[in-house]
Write a protein that binds this ligand. Structure first.
Ligand code: S3P
Length: 441
Protein backbone atom coordinates (compact mmCIF):
# COMPACT_ATOMS: atom_id res chain seq x y z
CA UNK A 1 0.00 0.00 0.00
CA UNK A 2 1.21 3.49 -0.80
CA UNK A 3 2.68 5.49 2.00
CA UNK A 4 1.32 8.70 0.50
CA UNK A 5 -2.05 10.10 1.50
CA UNK A 6 -3.83 12.47 -0.88
CA UNK A 7 -6.68 14.59 0.45
CA UNK A 8 -8.65 16.75 -1.99
CA UNK A 9 -11.80 17.52 -0.09
CA UNK A 10 -12.89 18.98 3.22
CA UNK A 11 -14.76 16.64 5.53
CA UNK A 12 -18.53 17.06 5.96
CA UNK A 13 -19.96 17.97 9.35
CA UNK A 14 -20.52 15.01 11.66
CA UNK A 15 -22.26 13.98 14.86
CA UNK A 16 -20.39 10.95 16.18
CA UNK A 17 -19.17 8.95 19.15
CA UNK A 18 -15.63 7.56 18.92
CA UNK A 19 -13.02 5.75 21.02
CA UNK A 20 -9.33 6.53 20.66
CA UNK A 21 -6.57 4.03 21.48
CA UNK A 22 -4.83 3.64 24.83
CA UNK A 23 -2.65 6.39 26.29
CA UNK A 24 0.95 6.09 25.08
CA UNK A 25 2.64 7.47 28.20
CA UNK A 26 0.68 5.14 30.49
CA UNK A 27 1.14 2.15 28.16
CA UNK A 28 4.93 2.48 28.14
CA UNK A 29 5.01 3.03 31.91
CA UNK A 30 2.75 0.00 32.43
CA UNK A 31 5.19 -2.20 30.47
CA UNK A 32 8.16 -0.91 32.49
CA UNK A 33 6.53 -1.13 35.94
CA UNK A 34 5.14 -4.60 35.13
CA UNK A 35 8.60 -5.75 34.07
CA UNK A 36 9.76 -4.99 37.63
CA UNK A 37 6.79 -6.58 39.40
CA UNK A 38 6.84 -9.92 41.13
CA UNK A 39 4.17 -11.93 39.30
CA UNK A 40 1.96 -11.53 36.28
CA UNK A 41 0.54 -8.15 35.28
CA UNK A 42 -2.26 -7.86 32.74
CA UNK A 43 -3.26 -4.85 30.64
CA UNK A 44 -6.34 -4.26 28.55
CA UNK A 45 -6.52 -1.57 25.88
CA UNK A 46 -2.72 -1.32 25.84
CA UNK A 47 -1.73 0.91 22.93
CA UNK A 48 -0.50 -1.44 20.22
CA UNK A 49 1.81 1.02 18.52
CA UNK A 50 5.47 0.78 17.56
CA UNK A 51 6.61 2.81 20.59
CA UNK A 52 4.88 0.42 22.99
CA UNK A 53 5.99 -2.65 21.04
CA UNK A 54 9.55 -1.30 21.32
CA UNK A 55 9.08 -1.18 25.11
CA UNK A 56 7.84 -4.78 25.09
CA UNK A 57 10.83 -5.88 22.98
CA UNK A 58 13.17 -4.02 25.34
CA UNK A 59 11.91 -5.74 28.50
CA UNK A 60 11.96 -9.09 26.68
CA UNK A 61 15.65 -8.47 25.96
CA UNK A 62 16.09 -7.85 29.67
CA UNK A 63 14.84 -11.40 30.27
CA UNK A 64 11.16 -10.75 30.96
CA UNK A 65 8.53 -12.88 29.25
CA UNK A 66 5.64 -10.96 27.64
CA UNK A 67 2.60 -12.36 25.90
CA UNK A 68 0.52 -10.17 23.62
CA UNK A 69 -2.90 -11.28 22.42
CA UNK A 70 -5.76 -9.39 20.80
CA UNK A 71 -7.45 -8.34 24.02
CA UNK A 72 -4.74 -8.48 26.59
CA UNK A 73 -1.04 -8.16 27.25
CA UNK A 74 0.60 -10.14 30.08
CA UNK A 75 4.03 -9.35 31.52
CA UNK A 76 5.54 -12.15 33.59
CA UNK A 77 7.61 -10.08 36.04
CA UNK A 78 10.37 -11.72 38.04
CA UNK A 79 10.66 -9.08 40.74
CA UNK A 80 12.43 -5.77 41.15
CA UNK A 81 15.85 -7.33 40.51
CA UNK A 82 14.57 -9.87 38.01
CA UNK A 83 16.25 -8.62 34.84
CA UNK A 84 18.59 -11.23 33.39
CA UNK A 85 20.38 -10.58 30.14
CA UNK A 86 23.42 -11.46 28.13
CA UNK A 87 26.59 -9.41 27.77
CA UNK A 88 26.83 -6.85 24.97
CA UNK A 89 23.13 -6.16 25.07
CA UNK A 90 21.71 -3.56 22.69
CA UNK A 91 18.31 -2.03 23.34
CA UNK A 92 16.55 -0.27 20.48
CA UNK A 93 14.16 2.47 21.61
CA UNK A 94 13.25 3.06 17.94
CA UNK A 95 11.27 6.33 17.76
CA UNK A 96 10.43 6.60 21.45
CA UNK A 97 12.08 9.28 23.58
CA UNK A 98 9.95 8.13 26.50
CA UNK A 99 11.19 4.55 26.30
CA UNK A 100 14.81 5.56 25.65
CA UNK A 101 14.96 7.96 28.56
CA UNK A 102 12.86 6.08 31.11
CA UNK A 103 14.57 2.75 30.63
CA UNK A 104 18.00 4.25 31.34
CA UNK A 105 16.82 5.01 34.88
CA UNK A 106 16.09 1.33 35.38
CA UNK A 107 19.49 0.28 34.05
CA UNK A 108 21.74 2.43 36.27
CA UNK A 109 22.80 -0.62 38.26
CA UNK A 110 23.62 -2.82 35.26
CA UNK A 111 26.76 -4.88 35.74
CA UNK A 112 27.30 -5.18 31.98
CA UNK A 113 27.45 -2.22 29.64
CA UNK A 114 24.24 -1.80 27.64
CA UNK A 115 24.03 0.05 24.34
CA UNK A 116 20.97 2.17 23.57
CA UNK A 117 20.12 2.92 19.96
CA UNK A 118 17.15 4.49 18.19
CA UNK A 119 15.82 5.38 14.75
CA UNK A 120 16.91 8.37 12.68
CA UNK A 121 14.65 10.79 14.55
CA UNK A 122 15.53 9.59 18.05
CA UNK A 123 19.23 9.59 17.10
CA UNK A 124 19.01 13.35 16.61
CA UNK A 125 17.59 14.00 20.09
CA UNK A 126 19.43 15.13 23.19
CA UNK A 127 20.28 12.37 25.65
CA UNK A 128 22.65 14.43 27.81
CA UNK A 129 19.54 15.77 29.53
CA UNK A 130 19.23 12.31 31.04
CA UNK A 131 22.82 11.02 31.15
CA UNK A 132 23.81 14.06 33.24
CA UNK A 133 21.39 13.48 36.13
CA UNK A 134 21.74 9.69 36.01
CA UNK A 135 25.55 10.06 36.24
CA UNK A 136 25.02 11.70 39.63
CA UNK A 137 23.79 8.33 40.94
CA UNK A 138 27.17 6.88 39.94
CA UNK A 139 26.29 5.36 36.56
CA UNK A 140 28.57 6.26 33.65
CA UNK A 141 27.73 6.99 30.04
CA UNK A 142 29.64 6.90 26.80
CA UNK A 143 27.91 9.52 24.74
CA UNK A 144 28.68 11.04 21.36
CA UNK A 145 29.83 14.66 21.17
CA UNK A 146 26.44 15.50 19.73
CA UNK A 147 24.89 14.17 23.00
CA UNK A 148 22.71 11.85 20.95
CA UNK A 149 22.32 8.10 20.44
CA UNK A 150 23.85 5.61 20.27
CA UNK A 151 25.07 5.66 23.85
CA UNK A 152 26.42 3.08 26.25
CA UNK A 153 25.40 2.94 29.89
CA UNK A 154 27.83 1.52 32.44
CA UNK A 155 25.98 0.86 35.66
CA UNK A 156 27.23 1.03 39.21
CA UNK A 157 26.68 -1.27 42.18
CA UNK A 158 27.40 1.62 44.50
CA UNK A 159 24.62 4.07 43.70
CA UNK A 160 24.30 7.30 45.67
CA UNK A 161 21.17 9.43 46.01
CA UNK A 162 21.29 13.09 45.03
CA UNK A 163 19.10 16.17 44.67
CA UNK A 164 17.92 16.83 41.13
CA UNK A 165 16.45 20.08 39.84
CA UNK A 166 14.34 19.30 36.79
CA UNK A 167 13.73 22.69 35.23
CA UNK A 168 12.54 21.89 31.68
CA UNK A 169 9.17 20.48 32.68
CA UNK A 170 10.21 17.14 31.20
CA UNK A 171 8.27 14.15 32.50
CA UNK A 172 10.75 11.86 30.77
CA UNK A 173 13.69 13.25 32.75
CA UNK A 174 11.69 13.33 36.00
CA UNK A 175 10.45 9.75 35.54
CA UNK A 176 13.87 8.40 34.64
CA UNK A 177 15.34 9.85 37.83
CA UNK A 178 12.39 8.44 39.83
CA UNK A 179 13.27 5.00 38.41
CA UNK A 180 16.94 5.58 39.28
CA UNK A 181 15.96 6.59 42.82
CA UNK A 182 13.94 3.38 43.16
CA UNK A 183 17.19 1.43 42.65
CA UNK A 184 19.22 3.57 45.10
CA UNK A 185 19.68 3.35 48.88
CA UNK A 186 18.89 6.57 50.74
CA UNK A 187 16.53 9.32 49.64
CA UNK A 188 16.70 10.80 46.16
CA UNK A 189 15.05 14.22 46.01
CA UNK A 190 13.62 15.77 42.85
CA UNK A 191 12.45 19.34 42.58
CA UNK A 192 10.59 19.27 39.28
CA UNK A 193 8.85 21.87 37.19
CA UNK A 194 5.26 20.68 36.66
CA UNK A 195 4.86 17.98 34.01
CA UNK A 196 2.71 14.89 33.42
CA UNK A 197 2.60 12.81 36.58
CA UNK A 198 1.67 9.28 35.44
CA UNK A 199 4.83 7.80 36.99
CA UNK A 200 4.06 9.34 40.39
CA UNK A 201 0.43 8.17 40.24
CA UNK A 202 1.52 4.62 39.44
CA UNK A 203 4.02 4.73 42.33
CA UNK A 204 1.23 5.84 44.65
CA UNK A 205 -1.16 3.19 43.38
CA UNK A 206 1.53 0.53 43.90
CA UNK A 207 2.24 1.91 47.40
CA UNK A 208 5.93 2.42 46.65
CA UNK A 209 8.05 4.46 49.10
CA UNK A 210 7.72 7.68 47.13
CA UNK A 211 6.33 10.92 48.50
CA UNK A 212 5.12 13.75 46.27
CA UNK A 213 4.65 17.24 47.69
CA UNK A 214 2.76 19.44 45.24
CA UNK A 215 3.89 23.08 45.49
CA UNK A 216 2.48 25.94 43.44
CA UNK A 217 5.09 26.03 40.67
CA UNK A 218 6.92 22.76 41.12
CA UNK A 219 6.68 19.34 42.74
CA UNK A 220 9.04 17.94 45.32
CA UNK A 221 9.43 14.17 45.05
CA UNK A 222 11.22 12.03 47.64
CA UNK A 223 12.18 8.54 46.49
CA UNK A 224 13.47 5.65 48.61
CA UNK A 225 14.78 2.30 47.46
CA UNK A 226 12.08 -0.09 46.32
CA UNK A 227 12.29 -3.77 47.23
CA UNK A 228 9.16 -5.20 45.71
CA UNK A 229 6.47 -4.20 43.23
CA UNK A 230 3.13 -5.98 43.14
CA UNK A 231 1.62 -7.03 39.80
CA UNK A 232 -0.25 -4.24 38.06
CA UNK A 233 -3.49 -5.06 36.28
CA UNK A 234 -4.57 -2.05 34.29
CA UNK A 235 -7.19 -0.98 31.76
CA UNK A 236 -5.43 1.78 29.85
CA UNK A 237 -7.65 4.85 29.25
CA UNK A 238 -7.87 6.66 25.90
CA UNK A 239 -5.08 9.06 25.00
CA UNK A 240 -5.88 12.80 25.23
CA UNK A 241 -3.02 13.47 22.79
CA UNK A 242 -4.68 11.23 20.20
CA UNK A 243 -8.09 12.74 21.03
CA UNK A 244 -6.61 16.18 20.35
CA UNK A 245 -6.74 15.70 16.57
CA UNK A 246 -10.48 14.99 16.63
CA UNK A 247 -11.14 17.73 19.16
CA UNK A 248 -9.48 20.24 16.83
CA UNK A 249 -11.22 18.86 13.74
CA UNK A 250 -14.59 19.42 15.47
CA UNK A 251 -13.50 22.88 16.63
CA UNK A 252 -12.57 23.87 13.05
CA UNK A 253 -15.83 22.70 11.46
CA UNK A 254 -19.03 24.71 11.45
CA UNK A 255 -21.69 22.41 12.80
CA UNK A 256 -20.31 19.17 14.23
CA UNK A 257 -20.58 17.29 17.49
CA UNK A 258 -18.30 14.65 18.89
CA UNK A 259 -18.11 12.47 21.98
CA UNK A 260 -14.78 10.77 22.71
CA UNK A 261 -15.27 7.96 25.22
CA UNK A 262 -13.06 7.04 28.19
CA UNK A 263 -10.26 9.55 27.79
CA UNK A 264 -7.57 10.19 30.37
CA UNK A 265 -8.15 13.76 31.59
CA UNK A 266 -5.28 13.88 34.05
CA UNK A 267 -4.95 17.62 34.95
CA UNK A 268 -1.29 17.52 33.88
CA UNK A 269 -2.36 16.53 30.33
CA UNK A 270 -5.37 18.72 29.52
CA UNK A 271 -3.54 21.87 28.47
CA UNK A 272 -5.24 21.64 25.07
CA UNK A 273 -8.69 21.74 26.67
CA UNK A 274 -7.84 24.80 28.77
CA UNK A 275 -6.27 26.57 25.78
CA UNK A 276 -9.17 25.82 23.42
CA UNK A 277 -11.71 26.88 26.08
CA UNK A 278 -9.95 30.24 26.20
CA UNK A 279 -10.23 30.35 22.41
CA UNK A 280 -14.00 29.85 22.56
CA UNK A 281 -14.52 26.08 22.35
CA UNK A 282 -16.97 24.45 24.76
CA UNK A 283 -16.26 21.10 26.37
CA UNK A 284 -18.30 18.92 28.67
CA UNK A 285 -16.74 16.07 30.65
CA UNK A 286 -19.27 13.29 31.21
CA UNK A 287 -19.01 10.10 33.29
CA UNK A 288 -16.09 11.50 35.27
CA UNK A 289 -14.32 8.92 37.39
CA UNK A 290 -10.99 8.07 38.99
CA UNK A 291 -9.17 4.91 37.97
CA UNK A 292 -5.99 3.96 39.84
CA UNK A 293 -5.34 7.63 40.50
CA UNK A 294 -6.00 8.78 36.90
CA UNK A 295 -9.02 10.93 35.99
CA UNK A 296 -11.10 9.60 33.12
CA UNK A 297 -14.15 11.00 31.32
CA UNK A 298 -16.05 11.09 28.06
CA UNK A 299 -15.28 14.36 26.30
CA UNK A 300 -18.17 16.08 24.55
CA UNK A 301 -17.41 18.87 22.10
CA UNK A 302 -19.38 20.97 19.66
CA UNK A 303 -18.13 23.27 16.87
CA UNK A 304 -17.96 26.86 18.17
CA UNK A 305 -19.51 29.83 16.34
CA UNK A 306 -16.28 31.82 16.47
CA UNK A 307 -12.70 31.29 17.60
CA UNK A 308 -10.71 33.90 19.52
CA UNK A 309 -6.95 34.40 19.37
CA UNK A 310 -4.97 33.61 22.51
CA UNK A 311 -1.90 34.95 24.25
CA UNK A 312 -1.14 31.51 25.66
CA UNK A 313 -0.05 31.54 29.33
CA UNK A 314 3.28 29.70 29.58
CA UNK A 315 2.07 27.76 32.59
CA UNK A 316 -0.10 25.79 30.15
CA UNK A 317 2.87 24.73 28.00
CA UNK A 318 3.81 21.51 29.73
CA UNK A 319 0.21 20.20 29.85
CA UNK A 320 -0.14 20.76 26.10
CA UNK A 321 3.42 20.01 25.02
CA UNK A 322 2.46 17.33 22.47
CA UNK A 323 -0.51 19.31 21.18
CA UNK A 324 0.94 22.60 19.95
CA UNK A 325 1.10 21.68 16.26
CA UNK A 326 -2.61 20.92 16.25
CA UNK A 327 -3.42 23.95 18.45
CA UNK A 328 -1.66 26.15 15.85
CA UNK A 329 -4.39 25.13 13.36
CA UNK A 330 -7.02 26.58 15.71
CA UNK A 331 -4.98 29.78 15.95
CA UNK A 332 -4.87 29.85 12.12
CA UNK A 333 -8.68 30.19 12.06
CA UNK A 334 -9.07 32.39 15.14
CA UNK A 335 -9.87 36.10 14.96
CA UNK A 336 -6.71 38.01 15.83
CA UNK A 337 -3.06 37.24 16.49
CA UNK A 338 -2.25 34.32 18.77
CA UNK A 339 1.03 34.15 20.64
CA UNK A 340 2.72 31.04 22.05
CA UNK A 341 6.04 31.48 23.86
CA UNK A 342 8.74 29.70 25.93
CA UNK A 343 8.40 26.72 23.64
CA UNK A 344 12.07 25.79 23.19
CA UNK A 345 11.15 22.22 24.09
CA UNK A 346 9.03 21.89 20.94
CA UNK A 347 12.13 21.71 18.81
CA UNK A 348 13.36 18.79 20.95
CA UNK A 349 10.59 16.45 19.84
CA UNK A 350 10.41 13.79 17.10
CA UNK A 351 10.99 16.64 14.63
CA UNK A 352 11.72 20.32 15.31
CA UNK A 353 8.02 21.01 15.74
CA UNK A 354 8.07 24.77 16.03
CA UNK A 355 9.78 24.87 12.63
CA UNK A 356 7.27 22.38 11.21
CA UNK A 357 4.39 24.38 12.67
CA UNK A 358 5.66 27.44 10.83
CA UNK A 359 6.18 25.45 7.64
CA UNK A 360 2.65 24.01 7.61
CA UNK A 361 1.08 27.42 8.37
CA UNK A 362 3.15 29.01 5.65
CA UNK A 363 2.01 26.39 3.14
CA UNK A 364 -1.56 27.11 4.21
CA UNK A 365 -1.09 30.80 3.48
CA UNK A 366 -1.21 31.78 7.15
CA UNK A 367 1.28 34.39 8.31
CA UNK A 368 3.37 33.51 11.34
CA UNK A 369 6.49 34.93 12.95
CA UNK A 370 8.74 32.57 14.86
CA UNK A 371 11.77 32.86 17.10
CA UNK A 372 13.73 29.95 18.54
CA UNK A 373 11.06 29.54 21.19
CA UNK A 374 7.91 31.39 20.16
CA UNK A 375 5.37 31.80 17.40
CA UNK A 376 2.87 34.51 16.54
CA UNK A 377 0.05 33.32 14.31
CA UNK A 378 -2.08 35.76 12.31
CA UNK A 379 -5.47 34.06 12.29
CA UNK A 380 -7.98 34.21 9.44
CA UNK A 381 -11.56 33.17 10.33
CA UNK A 382 -12.34 32.80 6.60
CA UNK A 383 -9.32 30.62 5.83
CA UNK A 384 -9.93 28.44 2.81
CA UNK A 385 -7.10 26.75 0.92
CA UNK A 386 -7.15 26.32 -2.85
CA UNK A 387 -3.63 25.24 -3.67
CA UNK A 388 -1.55 22.08 -3.68
CA UNK A 389 0.43 21.37 -0.50
CA UNK A 390 3.09 18.67 -0.16
CA UNK A 391 4.28 17.53 3.25
CA UNK A 392 7.36 15.31 3.29
CA UNK A 393 10.84 14.83 4.83
CA UNK A 394 9.63 15.61 8.33
CA UNK A 395 11.57 12.83 10.08
CA UNK A 396 8.35 10.79 10.04
CA UNK A 397 7.02 12.75 13.00
CA UNK A 398 3.57 11.21 13.57
CA UNK A 399 2.17 14.49 14.86
CA UNK A 400 3.24 16.38 11.70
CA UNK A 401 1.39 13.78 9.62
CA UNK A 402 -1.80 13.85 11.69
CA UNK A 403 -1.82 17.67 11.94
CA UNK A 404 -1.53 17.89 8.14
CA UNK A 405 -4.47 15.51 7.68
CA UNK A 406 -6.63 17.61 10.02
CA UNK A 407 -5.60 20.82 8.21
CA UNK A 408 -6.53 19.30 4.85
CA UNK A 409 -9.93 18.08 6.08
CA UNK A 410 -10.71 21.42 7.75
CA UNK A 411 -9.40 24.04 5.33
CA UNK A 412 -9.42 22.31 1.92
CA UNK A 413 -6.72 22.41 -0.75
CA UNK A 414 -5.08 19.47 -2.45
CA UNK A 415 -2.70 17.85 0.01
CA UNK A 416 -0.12 15.17 -0.60
CA UNK A 417 1.08 13.96 2.77
CA UNK A 418 3.95 11.48 2.73
CA UNK A 419 4.96 8.80 5.23
CA UNK A 420 1.59 7.63 6.43
CA UNK A 421 3.39 4.87 8.36
CA UNK A 422 4.53 7.49 10.85
CA UNK A 423 1.19 7.05 12.66
CA UNK A 424 2.23 3.53 13.62
CA UNK A 425 4.42 4.96 16.40
CA UNK A 426 1.54 6.42 18.39
CA UNK A 427 -1.84 5.99 16.74
CA UNK A 428 -2.16 3.24 14.11
CA UNK A 429 -5.98 3.62 14.07
CA UNK A 430 -5.91 7.31 13.25
CA UNK A 431 -7.00 7.09 9.60
CA UNK A 432 -9.59 4.43 10.38
CA UNK A 433 -11.25 6.79 12.86
CA UNK A 434 -11.05 9.65 10.34
CA UNK A 435 -12.86 7.41 7.83
CA UNK A 436 -15.51 6.53 10.41
CA UNK A 437 -16.28 10.25 10.74
CA UNK A 438 -16.96 10.36 7.01
CA UNK A 439 -19.60 7.62 7.15
CA UNK A 440 -23.14 8.87 7.29
CA UNK A 441 -25.10 7.88 10.45
C1 S3P B 1 6.30 12.06 27.70
C2 S3P B 1 6.79 13.29 28.04
C3 S3P B 1 6.92 14.42 27.11
C4 S3P B 1 6.11 14.19 25.83
C5 S3P B 1 6.27 12.80 25.31
C6 S3P B 1 5.82 11.78 26.33
C7 S3P B 1 6.21 11.01 28.72
O1 S3P B 1 8.28 14.57 26.74
O2 S3P B 1 6.48 15.12 24.84
O3 S3P B 1 5.50 12.63 24.13
O4 S3P B 1 5.50 10.01 28.51
O5 S3P B 1 6.86 11.16 29.77
P1 S3P B 1 9.30 15.45 27.63
O6 S3P B 1 9.46 14.78 28.92
O7 S3P B 1 10.56 15.49 26.83
O8 S3P B 1 8.66 16.80 27.73
Amino acid sequence: MSNLVTIKRKINNFNKVINVSGDKSISIRWVLFSSLAKGNSKAKNLLMSEDVLAAITAVKKLGIKVHVSRNECVVYGKGFDGYNYKKNLTINAENSGTLGRLILGLLINTSNPIKLIGDKSLSKRDFSRISKPLSKFGAKFILRKSKSLPLVILGSSNLKPFKYFENRGSAQCKSSVIFGGMRTNGTTVIKAKKSRNHTELLCRHLKLPIIVKNKKNYDEILIKKVNEIKPLNYKIPGDISSSAFFIVLTALLTDSKLIIKDVNINPSRIGIIIILKKMGVNFIFKNKRIYKGEKIADIKIKSPKTLKAINCPTKLNSGAIDEFLIIFLVAAKAKGISYFKNLDELNQKESPRLEWGKYILNQMGVKSITTKSSIKIYGNPKLNINKQIIIKNYLKDHRVFMTSVIAALSFGGKWKIHDKDSIKTSFPNFLKIINSLKDSD
